[in-house]
Design a protein around this ligand. Sequence first.
Ligand code: GLN
Length: 201
Amino acid sequence: MSERTPRIGILAVQGAVREHVAAVRDAGGEAVEVRLPRDLVGLDALVLPGGESTTMRRLIDAYGLREPIAAMARGGAPLLGTCAGMILLAERIDDGDGPVFGLLDVAVRRNGYGRQLDSFEADLDVPSLGSEPMHGVFIRAPLVTDVGPRAEVLARDPDGRPVAVRQGRVLATAFHPELTPDRRFHRLLVRLVAEESRRPA
Ligand code: GLN
């Protein structure tokens, strides 16, 4: 059976889009920038990039993207949210904002690493993606303050706090995997598409 190249959208209303486009291509996917609901047609997966989650939330609603993205997720399409994208996926946001997509059983605190640690880098342990540590770039990253039973921690920072989480086909990182050459998260997204397409209908 020949497998076609997965078509992976990158939400492009605001934020770090270009690096994800390059990362998706490196990982073997076709990258499609998404600004309007019609851009979602025919996509196999979607990346929610870093940026400013309050701005992204506003633009997602202004462009009518909330329901079609939620529908895509309900249909089983894999999602990857990085940094602000993780905030968009979380069920609980500590500062009182309601959830946007609410697809990940975690609580996050925006900019939760505090001003001293505004931006930092750390080597991360990601056992399910191999023994090699992953270099994590954190930029005003959300802090995961709680992980519920439906979500699974994929990576922790050196202090043991969760920084990558998975719930089925939904993946999220507090750091920016698109800013380093390590493509393990983007490759996992591509792999989830392949698995999804082999599931019996
Ligand atoms: N601090 C941003 C927010 O709360 C996220 C930062 C990022 O995506 N680099 O939306």
